[in-house]
Design a protein around this ligand. Structure first.
Ligand code: KIV
Length: 263
């Protein structure tokens, strides 16, 4: 049965939400077949797939292109597409125009936007126009310039209070779920208990209603940097490197193609 925003919302307090990113058809198909509830077409694709240093250069066209590919591979998971930097910050109408592309052209089930209470009007405007929204607070990567780096957020009393107020304001505005990224585990527990919608943590400890990881991180395919919160469930980077060098060797020494590969 297809996961809907309503089914995800109703998991709060009943079961864990399990989420991964995906950016292409083949990965989305494997993630979906594994029974993952929620696939996020994250703008992290700017770093993991497109090779940028941050998510900031990612465009709407990038997101539409990759979301379409993911949708072709998914039958059951709920697919949430990220709205890239400056595609929703300017005005609520701009947000509807761009979110509309992800829903209408790419077929996403919902969109995700970064930011706290100051995004509540935009969230309300999107929802009023029939677009389900996932919030994202804490270490929001599109604000990396403003934060001065990828720094854990909510470590001070004031910072923690602000994040809790942000979560409550976004829940009141109607988000169906909330990503909590890069915040202390005890703050995530407090926020999770304070909002009626599920929280999905990434670098926010075990007390959230669910967890998300970037697929390239958990598969050991992103070589530049592995954050502390990532558990590597496979070392595909090493496996791929070995396959590529074996292939090169076999082509060079004539052992590939062998008889069984010939017509
Ligand atoms: O871009 C991304 O990968 C994200 C994660 C929270 C899933 O936003």
């Amino acid at each position: 049965m297809k996961w809907t925003v309503d089914r995800i919302r109703k998991l709060k307090g009943k079961g864990k939400i399990v989420s991964l990113t995906a950016y292409d058809y083949s990965t989305a198909q494997l993630v979906d077949e594994a029974g993952i509830n929620l696939i996020i077409v994250g703008d992290s694709l700017g770093m993991t797939v497109l090779g940028y240093d941050s998510t900031i250069p990612v465009t709407m066209d990038d997101m539409v292109h990759h979301t379409r590919a993911v949708m072709r591979g998914v039958t059951s998971a709920l697919v949430v597409a990220d709205m890239p930097f400056l595609s929703y910050q300017v005005t609520p109408d701009q947000a509807v125009d761009n979110a509309g592309r992800l829903i209408k052209e790419a077929g996403a089930d919902a969109v995700k936007i970064e930011g706290g209470a100051f995004r509540a009007d935009t969230v309300r405007h999107l929802i009023a126009n029939g677009i389900p929204v996932m919030g994202h607070i804490g270490l929001t990567p599109q604000s990396v310039r403003a934060f001065g780096g990828y720094k854990v957020q909510g470590r001070t009393g004031a910072g923690a209070d602000q994040l809790k107020a942000d979560a409550i304001a976004l829940a009141e505005a109607g988000v169906f779920a909330l990503v909590l990224e890069g915040i202390p585990a005890d703050l995530a527990v407090d926020i999770t208990a304070s909002v009626p919608v599920p929280t999905v943590g990434i670098g926010a400890g075990p007390g959230c209603d669910g967890q998300v990881l970037v697929v390239h991180d958990m598969l050991g395919m992103y070589a530049k940097f592995t954050p502390k919160f990532v558990k590597r469930y496979a070392e595909l980077g090493g496996t791929m490197r070995h396959a590529f060098t074996s292939y090169k060797q076999e082509v060079e020494d004539g052992t590939f193609p062998a008889d069984e590969h010939c017509y």
